[in-house]
Design a protein around this ligand. Structure first.
Ligand SMILES: Cc1ncc(COP(=O)(O)O)c(C=O)c1O
Length: 394
């Protein structure tokens, strides 16, 4: 099919939940993707922080192909070598002792919410445990995770919402402290808010939450679905501070584009789950876990994490220079290669302008331009993006 045919078939038959740009992508390699008519694009979105090693990394492709030839799927009623191996790799590299595997970020957060409720009920003796989450947060689109999400536009039309969530402003420790009650069992937070507009909190925010959770015996749940897997320049964003959580969720970059999610927890908290208390048919299947294990090995290197930090700095410096020439750039924020720029012009127009010039970027929040390129992006790629923005911005 050519681009026109793909778009027409999608418009006719795919559920209308997405507003799409008029491009049908069919192939990718590294930081580049191609549409069905053969046009090349520089990808500064990377599936929204998913393809952290770029597209079709040869070693990731090999891991997937080798596993595909061996075993796609068996039930979680049996042990699986790739699942065991990936769990051991994730726990060796983090605070966690145990991993529950699933297929997406929302499912990972569902598992975290369920575990927190068990903690509230069984450890704190709460009949109706409550989780504190943040305004402008994003935790997913299932009923529990959209209820956890502190954004009315995500919840609109879906009430009655799931109860047991209390929202406070992000990056506001006194607000969290004031919201804790004898019903509170956990605080759930993104180390950097992604969908809310790439919001980086004060450097002591996570450590402050950690202290508060310790004082009040609350679980700290970090939603690292977007910030995890090297995106911020460390393997996990919590590693920028010494604020290890009890629970952390991952998805997006974990499979480098192959669907997989994970909820990681300390041994004592994970022990609240037992056989039959939670499950997923596809969670942790051999294809996903073999792919993610290779992705993890490749990302957890100074080559990738150092490049992420360097190119993130180059990108933010370049954007701040552009702000000197383009008054419509109000603020530049970010950590590693999770970068946002608040604009005073419609972000959608800037995104479309970049697309016309062969560069994929995206929006976040209401007026933020979002840049989440692969972590192995080159300085030359960053400079191309900056010069395209220089042309597109008024
Ligand atoms: C921080 C965060 N949590 C959860 C999710 C939901 O992940 P998924 O779309 O895989 O369900 C996202 C997706 O953007 C996210 O950014």
């Amino acid at each position: 099919m050519n681009s026109k045919e793909i778009m027409a078939a999608s418009e006719a038959h795919v559920a209308p939940t997405y507003r799409r740009y008029p491009v049908a992508l069919v192939r990718g390699a590294g930081t580049r993707v191609w549409d069905a008519d053969g046009r090349e694009y520089l990808d500064f979105l990377a599936g929204i922080a998913v393809c952290n090693l770029g597209h079709c990394h040869p070693e990731v492709v090999r891991a997937l192909q080798e596993q595909a030839a061996r075993l796609f799927h068996v039930s979680n009623l049996y042990y699986m070598e790739p699942q065991a191996r990936l769990a051991a790799m994730l726990t060796a590299r983090s605070f966690a002792d145990r991993v529950f595997f699933c297929n997406s970020g929302a499912e990972a957060n569902e598992a975290a919410i369920k575990l927190a409720r068990l903690y509230g009920r069984q450890v704190l003796g709460q009949p109706a445990p409550e989780i504190i989450t943040m305004r402008r947060s994003f935790h997913g689109r299932t009923m529990a995770t959209l209820s956890a999400t502190g954004q009315e536009k995500i919840q609109a039309g879906y009430d009655p919402l799931l109860g047991g969530f209390r929202y406070v402003p992000y990056d506001d420790l006194p607000a969290v402290a004031a919201a804790v009650s004898d019903r509170t069992c956990a605080v759930m937070v993104e180390p950097v808010q992604g969908e809310g507009g790439v919001v980086v909190p004060a450097p002591d925010y996570l450590a402050g939450l950690r202290r508060l959770c310790d004082e009040r015996r609350l679980l700290l749940i970090l939603d690292e679905v977007q910030t995890g897997m090297g995106r911020t320049g460390r393997l996990f964003a919590y590693q920028h501070s010494d604020a290890a959580p009890e629970v952390m969720t991952l998805a997006k970059g974990l499979g480098g584009g192959f669907p997989i999610g994970a909820m990681l927890a300390t041994a004592t908290v994970a022990a609240l789950f037992g056989p039959g208390t939670h499950a997923s048919t596809f969670g942790g299947n051999p294809l996903a876990c073999s792919t993610a294990a290779r992705v993890l090995e490749l990302i957890d290197t100074e080559e990738i994490l150092g490049n992420c930090r360097r190119q993130g700095e180059r990108l933010r410096r370049g954007l701040r220079e552009l702000a000197g020439r383009h008054a419509c750039i109000r603020e530049v924020r970010g950590l590693g290669l999770m970068v946002g720029a608040d604009l005073e012009v419609p972000v959608a127009e800037v995104v479309s302008g970049c697309l016309e010039k062969g560069v994929l970027v995206g929006p976040a929040g209401t007026d933020t331009l979002r840049l989440t390129p692969p972590l192995n992006v080159t300085a030359a790629d960053v400079d191309i993006l900056l010069s395209v923005l220089d042309e597109v911005l008024p």
